[in-house]
Ligand binder design. Structure first.
Ligand code: DQA
Length: 147
C-alpha cells in the first residue's frame, strides 16, 4: 500500500455547508472528503479537521513521517500562525495550500499568508474544486520525485 496523502483542515471548516454559504458554498466537509478520496484513486487519503492550532502542528509533524504529500487548508490560521509555518518548513514532502475562497479578493487581513512561503503551490478561489485540483497537484509532485 502506498503512503497516504494527508488533507488537513483548520478552524471552522467543520461548519462548511452552513457557514457563510455565500462565500463558501453549501458543500459539506464530508462531501469534500469523499471527492478527495475519489480523486486520489488508489492513493489512500487521511482527511482531518481541527479547531486547535497545536493539533494541526502535531498532524503536520505526523504527515512528515507518514505521508507522501500534504494538502492543507489552514483557514484563519493561514493569516496568523507562525507555528504552522515553522511546522510546514520542516517537511520534506510536497505541500499544497488550498482555499475554497480567494483570500486575495477579500478583506486586507486575509492577504497575508504564513503558509504560502513554505508550500510548493497554492490553489484558491474555486470552491470544493480547489481541493480536487490540490489532489492532482500533490500527486503529480509525488510522481515527479526521484525516490
Ligand atoms: C479559507 C479562507 C480563510 O481566509 C478563512 O479564514 C477560512 C477559509 C478558505 O478556504 O477560503 O476559514 O481558508
Amino acid at each position: 500500500m502506498s503512503k497516504p496523502l494527508y488533507v488537513l483542515n483548520g478552524p471552522n471548516l467543520n461548519l462548511l455547508g452552513t457557514r457563510e454559504p455565500e462565500v463558501y458554498g453549501r458543500t459539506t466537509l464530508a462531501e469534500i472528503e469523499a471527492a478527495c478520496c475519489a480523486r486520489a484513486d488508489n492513493t489512500p487519503v487521511v482527511f482531518r479537521q481541527s479547531n486547535i492550532e497545536g493539533e494541526l502542528v502535531d498532524w503536520i509533524q505526523e504527515a512528515g513521517r507518514e505521508a507522501c504529500a500534504l494538502i492543507i487548508n489552514p483557514a484563519a490560521y493561514t493569516h496568523t500562525s507562525v507555528a504552522l509555518h515553522d511546522a510546514l518548513k520542516t517537511l520534506d514532502i510536497p505541500v499544497i495550500e488550498c482555499h475554497l475562497s480567494n483570500p486575495l479578493a477579500r478583506e486586507a487581513f486575509r492577504h497575508h499568508s504564513f503558509v504560502t512561503p513554505v508550500a510548493d503551490g497554492m490553489i484558491s478561489g474555486l470552491g470544493p474544486k480547489s481541493y480536487e485540483l490540490a489532489v492532482d497537484a500533490a500527486l503529480s509532485l509525488v510522481a515527479r520525485r526521484v525516490p
